[in-house]
Write a protein that binds this ligand. Structure first.
Ligand code: AMP
Ligand code: GLY
Length: 424
């Protein structure tokens, strides 16, 4: 098979790395990709959100199967365009991707399906939202309805913060059109976990779980980010909890989507709060997690390409997944200043030495080659350094030893990835 992976982050590098090991693979293409992916695939420039450009690129290169990494192309209908052109694709059509692209759609669907989630109300006018928040009081959660690159959620611990968040989204247009409508949600307490299931129509198969670290700094302080590190499997997700999550959350959602003429084909990513009353849904994503994927895939013993292709071609029933008993832990190295302003173009050294350490895989998230072949930082989250080991402690030691052997003074990372797993 000639395979195309769409996207250019750490998640896509991990997908390319795992798919690259498949005996089913003929040629691997990544679009647009980055310097790390260019080492294992042919990278082609494309606007990943432009369906007709992606279809043309796929046809020109004899692509047999496409895997879409990020949410924006899914919401923009790139999977629809590929399917219409007869190219099998892993990733939902635009109607189904609304599960991530519209929080209001997601919440309404969950209520219909009886999925446990935070109580909520939708607003398209600021005055009514303000009155509601004043009546409910804090803590309370304010969410822009549309895609806002992970920045559209404010967990307001005070009434003033909540009112300011409504103001920013609805009156000041901080998220553009994505914030024209908001969801105001009940605050939930507990430990968070990310759960992934392969889904085709009403059918679902448990894939894996992980725990992300969303805040920028140690001790879960600082601003929210795309994710500063993850480990897998998530210590909080016991086998019993996994069954409960499938039966009460994932399967009812897959069926409800199919009934709403929004049949889902791809990976459904449930962000969960494990509360004292059991698992409750925070949000859905229509794709793999970043950096969760960089911690999950090094544990996968089965052929990822085979699993994704079967999911995409009506054979989910035939998929069997085998996992290593190891823990894997990914530390994200980001450019100083991220998630705020940061510089691009600093030189990163020592990547080969880091990758040669036992149990270590170095994924790139945003890099490019300089004129002399050197690796340059080219974004906010720049590297994902994954260590694997028999215990969470060993995985963490392997990951941080590799991080410490990378020479990049302009980068930073959290030093406490996996701390909750070690506490158990
Ligand atoms: P989201 O982008 O929806 O995943 O939200 C970002 C983060 O905000 C989540 O990872 C949670 O830490 C937090 N969050 C979102 N919704 C709630 C909620 N209803 N209660 C408590 N925390 C929440
Ligand atoms: N790590 C969270 C996400 O991928 O949305």
């Amino acid at each position: 098979m000639n395979v195309l992976i769409l996207g250019s982050g750490g998640r896509e590098h991990a997908l390319a790395w795992a798919i690259g090991k498949s005996p089913l693979l003929d040629k691997l293409y990544c679009a647009p990709g980055h310097a790390g992916m260019a080492e294992i695939a042919t990278c082609l420039p494309v606007d990943a959100e432009d369906g007709s450009a992606v279809v043309k690129l796929a046809k020109d290169n004899g692509i047999d199967f496409a895997v879409i990494g990020p949410e924006a192309p899914l919401v923009a209908g790139v999977a629809d365009a590929l399917r219409a052109a007869g190219i099998p694709v892993f990733g939902p059509n635009a109607r189904a991707a609304r599960i991530e692209g519209s929080k209001g759609f997601m919440k309404d669907l969950c209520v219909r399906a009886g999925v446990p989630t935070a109580g909520y109300r939708r607003f398209d006018a600021a005055a009514a939202a303000r009155a509601h928040v004043r009546q409910k009081g804090a803590p309370i959660v304010i969410k822009a309805d549309g895609l806002a690159a992970g920045k559209g959620v404010v967990v307001a611990m005070t009434l003033d913060e909540a009112l300011a968040a409504i103001d920013a989204a609805m009156d000041k247009g901080a998220f553009g059109g994505a914030g024209a409508e908001i969801v105001v949600e009940e605050y939930m307490e507990g430990e968070e976990a990310s759960v992934f299931a392969l889904v085709d129509g009403g059918k679902a198969l448990y894939f894996a779980d992980a725990q992300d670290h969303k805040r920028a700094f140690d001790g879960d302080r600082g601003p929210n980010t795309g994710g500063m590190g993850a480990y897998a499997p998530a210590a909080a997700v016991t086998p019993a909890l996994r069954d409960e999550i499938m039966e009460r959350i994932i399967r009812p959602t897959a069926r409800a989507l199919a009934q709403a003429d929004s049949s889902f084909c791809g990976v459904l990513f449930a962000g969960l709060m494990i509360t004292k009353d059991g698992p409750r849904l925070i949000e859905y994503n229509a794709r793999f997690g970043d950096p969760e994927t960089q911690a999950m895939l090094p544990r996968l013993k089965s052929d990822l390409l085979d699993a994704l292709h079967k999911t995409a071609t009506g054979r989910l029933d035939e998929v069997k997944l085998e996992w290593s008993s190891d823990t894997a832990l990914c530390v994200v190295m980001a450019a100083r200043g991220y998630p705020g302003d940061y510089q691009k173009g600093s030189v990163i050294k020592g990547l080969e030495k880091a990758a040669a350490r036992p149990g270590v895989t170095v994924f790139h998230a945003a890099t490019r080659r300089g004129a002399r072949g050197e690796i340059l930082a080219h974004g906010g989250r720049v590297l994902g350094v994954t260590g694997a080991g028999a215990t969470a402690g060993q995985a963490r030691a392997a990951a941080y030893a590799a991080v410490d052997s990378i020479d990049w003074p302009e980068g930073f990372c959290r030093r406490d990835i996996g701390a909750r797993a070690l506490l158990r």
